[in-house]
Design a binder for this molecule. Sequence first.
Ligand SMILES: [Zn+2]
Length: 98
Amino acid sequence: MQLSGGSPDVPCLTCGKRVYGLRWGTDCPECTARREARANRLAGRVALVATACMGLYVWFAVPAESGLGRVYGAIGVLVTYVLTRRIVSRIAMEYLPR
Ligand SMILES: [Zn+2]
């Protein structure tokens, strides 16, 4: 329902550009895309560090003659990368400064 006298275009929270159909307190599509790119870049770096740490841990903690142990360790390293990247990206979207 449209309030009488209300304007249907709402200012972007970051750049202030008025966009039709935008919800109050949200960013315009360009600002959202820019923010997502920054969050993904940060998440990629953090995930690489976490993956390297996990890889070192698996390399030293799992004996080479353990058979499937190294395979499961490698799977764990891959899962670490994917999960860390997703989690950091989501957190960065919330908390990165505008
Ligand atoms: Zn904007």
